[in-house]
Design a protein around this ligand. Structure first.
Ligand SMILES: Nc1nc2c(ncn2[C@@H]2O[C@H](COP(=O)(O)OP(=O)(O)OP(=O)(O)O)[C@@H](O)[C@H]2O)c(=O)[nH]1
Length: 259
């Protein structure tokens, strides 16, 4: 036994099995990114912190926007018509727009518009169109009763004093929904100028009303009427639009007398 050391068993390298396979792969060289992704997906979930933050903020914004404080809806089963006030400076096309919208809903042509016109736009909705001229008393009265204001803007001229006046009045009385409609877009011959004007007016409108306020474009007339498709789109938008009960209106009872 002396002098004789016990011979150690030599290390046997594995040739098969998962460990051997892993080693073989290691010897082959560095693994591709694809493998790493599969192995540890969480480590690769965020590629850009900035983009991640942006996505997060956006989804939060959308969520908050959807979140409404519940309001008691006291409208009766058969709701009164939605009052739509068409407002704008003289000769901007108010009567023409009302006429086109009436024709779109009823297939009837109306000559002169004298006073408010009520039409049926759906199973449960009636619409009353009212024209608002540039008298300050009319503006104040209509701002209080309006559910929706169609604010007509002559694109070839831009915003006028009356528009701002009316916006200010709306912000004090009533707070109706406000939608812009650009007319006289056919007076632009140059496409580039047209696009630029549209963009400028849109941004000005957004700063005055709110960011992202709806703005419609009526790009010209055919036989003294606005283009059917554009009027149809506008009409459709109005007839499916949801109206939240306006706090100001529910807390200030009013009677709207039709002439
Ligand atoms: N070229 C062009 N003409 C338009 C457009 N919109 C309206 N007009 C014309 O402008 C004129 C005035 O239109 P109205 O609808 O009477 O305007 P209004 O705002 O009701 O006018 P007042 O009631 O007098 O304030 C009409 O002759 C229309 O043909 C438009 O987009 N392009």
């Amino acid at each position: 036994m002396e002098g004789k050391e016990k011979e150690q068993r030599k290390h046997q390298q594995k040739h098969s099995g998962p460990k051997a396979e892993r080693k073989k792969l290691k010897k082959q060289g560095p693994t591709t990114e694809e493998d790493a992704r599969k192995r540890n997906p969480k480590a690769f979930a965020v590629q850009s912190a900035v983009r991640m933050a942006k996505t997060f903020h956006r989804s939060q914004d959308i969520k908050t926007k959807k979140h409404h404080i519940p309001l008691v809806d006291r409208t009766p089963l058969e709701p009164p018509p939605v009052v739509i006030v068409v407002m704008g400076p003289p000769k901007v096309g108010k009567s023409t727009l009302i006429r086109c919208l009436i024709k779109n809903f009823t297939r009837q042509k109306l000559g002169d518009i004298v006073g408010p016109v009520t039409i049926v736009s759906g199973k449960k909705r009636r619409l009353t169109f009212m024209e608002c001229n540039n008298d300050i008393n009319t503006m104040i009265d209509l701002a209080k009763v309006a559910d929706l204001v169609l604010m007509l803007i002559d694109a070839s001229f831009g915003f006028e004093m009356e528009t701002f006046e009316f916006l200010n009045i709306c912000q004090v009385h009533g707070f109706p929904r406000i939608m812009g409609v650009l007319t006289h877009l056919d007076s632009f011959k140059n496409n580039k100028v047209l696009r630029k004007t549209k963009k400028n007016l849109k941004h000005r409108f957004w700063t005055e009303v709110y960011q992202g306020a709806k703005l419609f474009y009526l790009s010209g007339m055919v036989y003294g009427e606005y283009q059917t498709q554009e009027v149809k789109n506008l009409g459709r938008f109005i007839s499916v639009m949801k109206f939240r009960p306006l706090v100001w209106q529910t807390s200030h009872p009013y009677v709207l007398a039709d002439r």
